[in-house]
Design a protein around this ligand. Structure first.
Ligand SMILES: Nc1ncnc2c1ncn2[C@@H]1O[C@H](COP(=O)(O)OP(=O)(O)OP(=O)(O)O)[C@@H](O)[C@H]1O
Ligand SMILES: Nc1ccn([C@@H]2O[C@H](COP(=O)(O)O)[C@@H](O)[C@H]2O)c(=O)n1
Length: 213
């Protein structure tokens, strides 16, 4: 079974994807980490003309060992860098096979990101699109950072999330939209536990329908 989980920044898609993977015993790939690793690798050139070439080279050379420094990868600034490399078509092409190969494991997988249901796994068995309003997403991300001891300027964080969402949604090479057959789950008013229960209910219902049950 392949489960595609998409949604905007800090919507909780990674948390849900992790929970679904555990519940169904499937491997999980947070595809945002790939873009983040490429962004970090090209960070030194970010304001220079060679940024694009550096990002493409980094994407083509990416391997799983670059996905281990979670503190650096999950920093808010790295998210901004990731969204800058994500608009480059050759970066997306270079990362496509990594994601596709992960999804095509024998028992299936859970992948979360922006274009899983639209581009990476358009034939996924179940597609979820996770939404939460911008203020809730900002507050969740702020608490996540504060729990790690990072000082947070909520005003700046809100604008950073909005800026990243806008760049993602306008990405001409992206695919960041809700797939027509994706199930929308708005978690603004839901706890993590309630959101996971709702997601499992959707997956079970879709799979039962597919099985003719
Ligand atoms: N329903 C929820 N209620 C409250 N907090 C939540 C909920 N879902 C997730 N969170 C918390 O919000 C934070 C962001 O969640 P998560 O990392 O899963 O988001 P994401 O969409 O994967 O983010 P990104 O796109 O930046 O990778 C985490 O600290 C997580 O524990
Ligand atoms: N499938 C994906 C996943 C991510 N991106 C880009 O990476 C940025 C960081 O992703 P997070 O999920 O870790 O927030 C994101 O803002 C996108 O620009 C992508 O394009 N496609």
């Amino acid at each position: 079974m392949i489960i595609a989980v998409d949604g905007p920044a800090a919507s909780g898609k990674g948390t849900l994807a992790t929970g679904l993977a555990r519940h169904y015993g499937l491997p999980h790939l947070d595809t945002g980490l790939l873009y983040r690793a490429v962004g970090l690798a090209a960070a030194e050139t970010v304001d220079r003309p060679e940024f694009e070439a550096a990002a493409i080279a980094a994407a083509q050379a990416l391997d799983a060992t670059q996905l281990t420094d979670l503190d650096a990868l999950t920093a808010a600034e790295t998210g901004v860098l990731a969204s800058k490399v994500a608009v480059i078509a050759q970066v997306r092409t270079a990362l496509f096979d990594f994601q596709r190969d992960f999804a095509l494991q024998p028992r299936g997988a859970v992948l979360d990101g922006r274009d899983i249901g639209t581009k990476i796994c358009p034939d996924a068995d179940v597609k979820l699109f996770i939404q939460a309003d911008s203020k809730a997403r900002m507050e969740r991300r702020a608490r996540q950072l504060e729990a790690r001891g990072v000082a947070v300027d909520r005003y700046a964080l809100f604008h950073q999330i909005e800026e990243r969402d806008a760049r993602d949604m306008l990405n001409p090479n992206g695919g960041f939209y809700k797939a027509r057959d994706a199930h929308l789950l708005d978690t603004t008013q839901m706890s993590i536990e309630a959101a996971l229960r709702a997601a499992i209910e959707i997956v079970d219902r879709v799979m039962a329908l597919k099985a003719g049950g």
